[in-house]
Design a protein around this ligand. Structure first.
Ligand SMILES: [Zn+2]
Length: 141
């Protein structure tokens, strides 16, 4: 049996309980007609607003949560991947008079070990374990 067989639209003139944006709560919607094999036009019983009701196919193995997780980049995870990439062995003590290159490790007295992610003439972007900061460098040169 194909998955498609599980996708059934409610029959025309029946009521389905759906979230109505206009009412701001769940309302019975009357099925007016089927617009496609997987969608129908429905009307809110209370406010009469119309919307499209869709039967969505459950994707095999597709979980929304995993997708969302990937896009969340925390300071800790950024730091961890930079640590793997650059390493902390050669971390240079931070001093605003020194010039630092991107993709190098620095050691800050207060913030600990950080990785330079970008550098301009006198500013560096540094990823620390719990924060991302802009620091002064190459100062007075
Ligand atoms: Zn409504």
């Amino acid at each position: 049996m194909a998955n498609d067989d599980l996708l059934k639209l409610p029959a025309v003139a029946t009521n389905v309980l759906l979230d109505c944006k206009k009412c701001g709560s769940e309302r019975y919607h009357k099925v007016l007609f089927h617009s496609t094999p997987s969608s129908a036009k429905v009307e809110c019983e209370v406010c009469k607003s119309k919307k499209t009701y869709k039967v969505t196919k459950p994707k095999a193995g597709g979980k929304k949560a995993t997708k969302r997780k990937k896009s969340v980049v925390t300071d800790a995870s950024m730091w961890k991947s930079l640590e793997e990439e650059i390493g902390t062995k050669d971390a240079a003590p931070y001093n605003m008079r020194e010039a630092f290159e991107p993709s190098t490790a620095i050691e800050h007295k207060k913030f600990g070990v950080g990785f330079v992610t970008a550098a301009t003439t006198n500013r560096i972007e540094v990823q620390f374990q719990d924060s991302h900061r802009t620091l002064v460098h190459n100062h007075g040169n």
